[in-house]
Design a protein around this ligand. Structure first.
Ligand code: WTA
Length: 638
């Protein structure tokens, strides 16, 4: 039983009601009240939040400009820089001496950056970038592991108005090359190597390989981390620590005054077809959306130690490791390595050592740790934890219950947040005071209008599956696909064009209580261990091997990783399928795309099911792989 708006309601299904002390302790507004306010006047709702919580060099003329749908603009006319809010303004308050980043390396080395120290480092690197010829609007590719310098590089770009494009350190040559070329980056920031499970991921070596084929990069800055010998190209490559001790590294670098709508970063993500798309986010709206959602959903306070265990190379890290926590003046923890290295209690040891109060991770990580049993977490004092979070894919109720019972000791609510690279911020999520249902991301964040509809856009009946749609704009929304505005319109806004709704590409159902249960992707995106991959990217990696004529890949459910990739290949004439070739092709995909993209199996086939227009019917392959009925085959060519 729960009191909502003074009325007692009884929710259906398995429900976890927050303990009264959790509700009392939470410094957050009443969800129903603010949601009602937002519904009444969306612009006023966000405008008020933006005025009260952030500093602007100059105010806006309009909160929301929707005159050129779907190219929405937020805080139009305002001058701002997210760095002014994430660093500069904290120099004037006691936040200056608070820890901004607490970091532990996989080998066990530790570093703490106060806001003052972080600001100093960022300012110096910003001036180094300027000296290297980087200016407002220029693109900088960042290809690094989970080290503090990655955060410094991102913030330094933002400070001078350059657009960063972070490429996940688990990606490889081809993926990096594509992203450098598409963005026309001038400068690459990388590191010699990253620690992972006691091994070195040779980032600089991979970068060198990509740069043999990429023309736009003029300068490479390399952070020394693992210390092995790396090849440095004279006149192109510099060490970070060398540049930072030169006179070009000036700590008094001013922060560039930006328009609220100026680009902050691009981040590549996989879509339905073709190569990855560069999702573009801006300074003003993104700042307001990410910081507000973090503040309300995770109730961050000055004495918290917030651990978002994602990789900064994905959107979760951009929004909730880097930008939002710093804007809020919070203390964030970052760990470099693998959760189970050297033992399966590494994470729990970290929670205990640093007194982590809020842990935010992905279902795949929870399932991975669950495998090792309760004795590992039970060796540690986890009583500092007061909130837990989940993101990246639907969390299966079994993992939810384990997380809640074994890690949270049945005290800590679990915030299951649904959102995307494109949305920039949490969209469907509980607040700590809300009743929870394991496996449901619950209700939309105040100001977000979400529904589940059928082909015609009519709401489906409770518990029926349909398209998830978002019906109104939000401040942290993507503004476009960088360099491809037509595709932006086509991809997200054409399916329900008449209604003007955004299509995330997920299917979902809504239960009797209005709780939303996200089911999964309806397109050719595969979520492997929470990482977003496109069938087209993996297929093109396969086809780049000299033996492969054609390839199709599908995602099939996997207990641990959510989904795994299965591939089907037609070989070129004169080649025979064999176990050896299967192994070689897997390695090839790993080398081109990165280890996460490796198929678990490759089947050599003579034909692939295609439509008459030549599109591969992956649904037929998937049905066959799962032993299901292949369904309607009338469009099959042969
Ligand atoms: C999926 C990650 C269910 C979904 C932030 C979405 C989720 C895609 C959840 C975006 C969740 C993310 N429950 N599914 N809580 N969170 N997803 O761009 O399919 O890497 O469309 O952003 O992840 O993945 P992306």
């Amino acid at each position: 039983m729960v009191i909502r708006n003074g009325q007692q309601t009884q929710l259906k299904g398995e429900v976890f009601y927050p303990a009264p002390e959790v509700i009392e302790a939470a410094h957050i507004p009443d969800r129903d009240r603010v949601a009602a306010e937002a519904q009444q006047n969306l612009a006023e709702f966000w405008g008020k939040i933006a005025t009260e919580n952030f500093e602007w060099y100059e105010p806006w003329e309009r909160v929301l400009d929707d005159s050129n749908e779907p190219f929405y603009e937020w805080f139009v006319g305002a001058k701002v820089n997210i760095i002014h809010n994430a660093l500069d303004r904290h120099m004037r308050t006691e936040t200056r001496n608070r820890a901004a980043i607490i970091w532990e390396g996989e080998p066990g080395d530790r570093r703490v950056y106060t806001y003052q120290m972080l600001n100093h480092e960022v300012s110096k690197f910003a001036s180094v970038l300027r000296a290297l010829g980087v200016g407002k609007g220029d693109r900088v590719t960042i290809y690094m592991g989970r080290v503090p310098e990655l955060v410094v590089a991102m913030l330094a770009c933002a400070k001078i108005g350059a657009i960063h494009s972070v490429v996940y350190g688990g990606f490889s040559t081809e993926a990096l090359l594509q992203r450098i070329e598409d963005s026309h980056s001038k400068v690459l920031v990388t590191q010699d190597g990253a620690w992972l499970r006691g091994n070195i991921v040779e980032l600089k070596k991979i970068a060198n390989e990509a740069l043999e084929r990429a023309g736009t990069i003029q300068t490479v800055v390399t952070v020394k981390r693992t210390g092995q010998d790396v090849e440095m190209v004279h006149g192109r490559d510099y060490w970070y620590h060398d540049l930072m001790t030169q006179p070009i590294a000036v700590a008094s670098t001013p922060t560039e005054v930006m328009d609220a709508e100026d680009p902050l970063y691009i981040l590549y993500t996989s879509g339905t077809t073709g190569k990855p798309k560069a999702i573009l986010h801006t300074h003003g709206g993104y700042m307001v959306g990410t910081a507000t959602t973090l503040k309300w959903v995770f109730d961050i306070r000055p004495d918290d130690v917030w651990w978002c265990a994602a990789d900064p190379g994905w959107v979760t890290g951009h929004s909730y490791i880097v930008y939002a926590p710093l804007v809020l003046g919070a203390t964030g923890f970052i760990y470099e390595g693998a959760p189970t290295y050297p033992y399966p209690d590494r994470w729990w040891e970290l929670v205990e050592r640093y007194g982590i109060t809020i842990l935010y991770t992905a279902p795949t990580a929870i399932r991975g740790l669950m495998r090792f049993g309760e004795s590992w977490p039970n060796r540690h004092d986890l009583s500092s934890l007061r909130l837990l979070g989940s993101v990246g894919e639907p969390i299966n109720p079994e993992a939810w219950r384990w997380y809640y019972r074994v890690i949270g000791k049945e005290r800590t609510p679990i915030m299951d947040t649904w959102w995307q690279t494109e949305t920039g911020m949490f969209m469907i999520t509980p607040l700590p005071s809300m009743p929870l249902k394991p496996g449901s991301a619950t209700l939309p964040f105040p100001g977000i209008d979400v529904d589940v509809v059928d082909d015609e856009g009519k709401p489906v009946e409770p518990n029926e599956e349909g398209y998830l749609v978002i019906k109104n704009p939000w401040p942290a929304m993507l503004r476009t696909i960088y360099g491809d505005p037509d595709r932006y319109v086509q991809q997200y806004w054409s399916r329900f064009e008449e209604q003007g709704w955004y299509l995330p590409g997920d299917s979902a159902r809504k239960d009797e209580d209005g709780y939303i249960w996200v089911i999964g992707r309806i397109d050719d995106v595969i979520k492997v261990s929470g990482y977003r991959l496109g069938t087209a990217e993996v297929e093109s990696a396969l086809v780049s091997h000299p033996t492969v004529a054609e390839a199709a890949v599908i995602g099939v459910p996997d207990e641990l990783r959510g989904n795994v990739i299965r591939a089907y290949c037609i070989l070129r004439q004169g080649y025979e399928g064999s176990e050896k070739l299967e192994q070689e092709l897997k390695e090839h995909v790993g080398h081109e795309m990165g280890p996460i993209a490796k198929p678990v199996s490759i089947e050599f086939v003579r034909d692939l099911p295609k439509t008459r227009s030549g599109k591969i019917m992956r649904r037929v392959l998937r049905a066959r792989a799962l032993g299901q009925d292949v369904g309607d085959l009338t469009t099959l060519a042969d």
